[in-house]
Design a binder for this molecule. Structure first.
Ligand SMILES: NC(=O)c1ccc[n+]([C@@H]2O[C@H](COP(=O)([O-])OP(=O)(O)OC[C@H]3O[C@@H](n4cnc5c(N)ncnc54)[C@H](O)[C@@H]3O)[C@@H](O)[C@H]2O)c1
Length: 326
């Protein structure tokens, strides 16, 4: 079968640069890295307004055609099966609109879809109307540790879920949407009980906001915050009746502790020291492009779609509105 032709719009970190600063044999964290490694795609062209960055990206990834804007790519008459939107979030609405005109089979859009919920809703609806698949890079939806945890939770392996704490920074929409998407996957729909004081730790338009929510049967879910000026944090702790699971360092590590009889205090149950193990997050981008390939060629269901992304963005918007109103 012919290779699927990819256009990458925006040639920065998530497009490929993160991987260029890492050993070539490591699993990829970027679009160019994952498509190249997969072998069923060809990097046909890229878009980057910065001329030097565009040339460096084309040289590094062996891309023969480069454009200064996605409009120029659309005017070229070239056709693409997949378009990756890796431009700054403020450019996504425009770039997605032009990508639609190019009629690819699938658009792989970086998160969040756009800065505005209304625009994101419109563009997701347009993709659906045009019959163009839309995958949004909420990467943990392709992390097999997460899908196993989801299956274990559904099978009751950890017992009853008692509470959840997700800690993030760098903006409720920018990174908080990753956390809310993950919480939707693991906990389901949540009701917002109270939101706290916004913290301006990155973009003025996108504060980091703490919140208290409730999931199914009133399970408390806390959105806790760090400050992006200190260090990046993206961690999740789930307290179950049989033990505690903690996702550390964005999923690069996991800690599992189980409830046991206490050696020290007879008759009490406590948590054991547990284990800290490496996670499978590093395989998630490969999982994403595999899912993309199969969704295009066999009609497989995408793990992360415009609709799932909108659900997360909708909660971000409600948290932000409540924070600004109080
Ligand atoms: N899924 C993740 O975990 C993850 C991680 C990092 C970034 N992101 C998302 O990826 C997007 C890009 O982030 P980044 O960190 O790679 O940014 P970046 O600044 O490293 O790269 C963006 C590139 O796009 C170029 N650009 C500017 N305007 C453009 C336009 N109109 N069309 C095409 N290219 C344009 C810039 O010159 C720059 O080279 C953001 O939406 C961000 O939220 C997602």
């Amino acid at each position: 079968m012919a290779l699927l032709r990819v256009l990458i719009a925006g040639c920065g970190n998530i497009a490929g640069t993160f991987d260029l600063r890492r050993p070539a044999n490591e699993l990829p964290y970027t679009h160019a890295g994952a498509f190249s490694r997969d072998g069923r795609f060809s990097l046909a062209a890229c878009v980057e307004p910065d001329k030097e960055r565009r040339k460096a990206f084309m040289d590094a990834w062996g891309i023969s055609t480069g454009f200064s804007s996605i409009d120029a790519a659309a005017d070229s008459g070239l056709q693409f099966d997949v378009i990756s939107i890796c431009s700054p979030t403020t450019c996504h609405a425009h770039d997605l609109g032009i990508a639609l005109r190019l009629k690819p089979k699938l658009i792989f859009c970086e998160k969040p879809v756009t800065t505005s919920l209304a625009e994101a809703e419109r563009l997701v609806a347009e993709c659906r109307k045009a019959d163009i698949l839309l995958a949004v890079n909420y990467t943990r939806r392709w992390d097999t540790d997460i899908s196993k945890l989801q299956a274990d939770m559904q099978a009751g392996k950890w017992g009853q879920l008692r509470s959840v704490v997700g800690c993030y920074n760098k903006g409720i929409l920018n990174n908080g949407s990753h956390m809310l998407d993950l919480l939707h996957l693991l906990v389901g729909r949540m009701e917002i009980i109270k939101v706290g004081q916004p913290i301006l730790d990155c973009l003025p338009s996108d504060p980091t906001i703490p919140a208290w929510m409730e999931g199914h049967q009133g399970v408390p879910v806390y959105l806790a915050c760090g400050h992006a000026g200190d260090y990046a944090i993206f961690e999740l702790q789930l307290v179950f009746s049989h033990g505690v699971i903690t996702m550390e360092d964005g999923g690069l590590f996991w800690r599992e502790r189980r409830a046991v009889e206490s050696d020290t205090f007879k008759g009490y149950r406590t948590l054991d020291a547990g284990i800290r193990r490496a996670g499978k997050y590093s395989s998630a981008m490969c999982g994403a492009v595999d899912n993309i390939y199969r969704s295009i060629t066999r009609g497989d269901t995408l793990a992360s779609t415009g609709e799932t992304a909108l659900a997360a963005q909708c909660v971000c918007e409600r948290i932000k509105q409540q924070a600004l109103a109080s």
